[in-house]
Write a protein that binds this ligand. Structure first.
Ligand code: AMP
Ligand code: MG
Length: 268
């Protein structure tokens, strides 16, 4: 059965319409859970080794349309991991102070230190997504940013931070269902934001902007995973697997103990 997220070829053109947000690779909710259980255990262990070794970091970028499941992913995929080893940053519209600097200033300050996993709930990609679609900056400003982003992510990779980027791909119909659920469920209405409807009207513009992101910033240093996300259980399986696979490739190992521990006796 297929559990891979879809990693477009570096530099190639991506049409999101070719990606099926309903794809579940032959799984159902139960079998996806069974498949994910050992991966969750492994993720917990790998995080502990990352922390103990203290030599490398992992940065996970989560992007997607409103209701795509960025918050749910953070809650579900990382519930098995020691919170001490994780930081989560949710990027909102920049403050005046942040706007007075270059767009990566606030982002760079929040990348995880060695030994940690950092999760970005939205990220520097908003600076070529919402900024482009809502015309918050002139074209020449956001157009120059793809190169800045690639250089920034290369700097991170060169200095020991592995970068993984996930686009949570939901369909327009699924977004309507999730927005309706937010309106109907009193525990979810706080999440309803009328601005989300404005962004929904610009669905195609956002998808165009995302397609350029995949074409221009899908580098070997920091690959994009397009995750079929209409089904939350499949999304969680795909993301957990991709993180475990990435961490398995990071040469993580517990540090060697101090020498001559054999002679050590713990005093009464
Ligand atoms: P939420 O993720 O629902 O809490 O919403 C956060 C909002 O902040 C979204 O509407 C984003 O588009 C917006 N946002 C995040 N980063 C930026 C940015 N760099 N420029 C403008 N808006 C942003
Ligand atoms: Mg929102």
């Amino acid at each position: 059965m297929e559990t891979q997220s879809l990693i477009p070829e570096s530099g190639s053109k991506v049409k999101l319409a070719d990606y099926n947000a309903d794809f579940v690779g032959g799984y159902d909710k139960e079998s996806a859970k069974v498949e994910r259980a050992p991966l969750e255990e492994r993720l917990d262990v790998l995080q502990e080794i990352l922390y103990a070794q203290g030599a490398k970091a992992l940065l996970i970028v989560l992007q997607g349309m409103d209701t795509a499941g960025k918050d749910g992913t953070i809650k579900k995929v990382f519930e098995v991991v020691n919170p001490q080893g994780i930081s989560v940053t949710s990027f909102k519209a920049p403050t005046e102070n942040e706007l007075a600097r270059d767009f990566l200033w606030r982002v760079h300050a929040l990348v995880p230190p060695k030994g940690q996993i950092g999760i970005f709930n939205r990220s520097h990609y908003e600076d070529v997504l919402v900024v482009r679609v809502e015309k918050l900056a002139p074209r020449e400003v956001w157009q120059a940013r793809y190169e800045h982003i690639n250089n920034f992510e290369k700097l991170l990779a060169d200095t020991g931070t592995h970068v993984l980027k996930f686009f949570l791909h939901i369909s327009r119909d699924e977004q309507r269902r999730r927005l309706e659920a937010r309106l109907q469920n009193s525990n979810k209405t706080w999440k309803f934001n009328k601005d989300d409807l404005k962004a929904r009207e610009k669905w195609d513009d956002y998808h165009d902007a995302y397609e350029d992101v995949f074409r221009l910033t899908n580098t070997p240093n920091a690959p994009w995973h397009i995750v079929p996300a209409n089904n939350k259980w499949y999304r969680n399986l795909v993301i957990t697997r991709a993180i475990v696979e990435a961490m398995e490739s990071m040469d993580l190992a517990f540090p060697k103990p101090e020498k001559n521990l054999d002679d050590v006796e713990i005093p009464e």
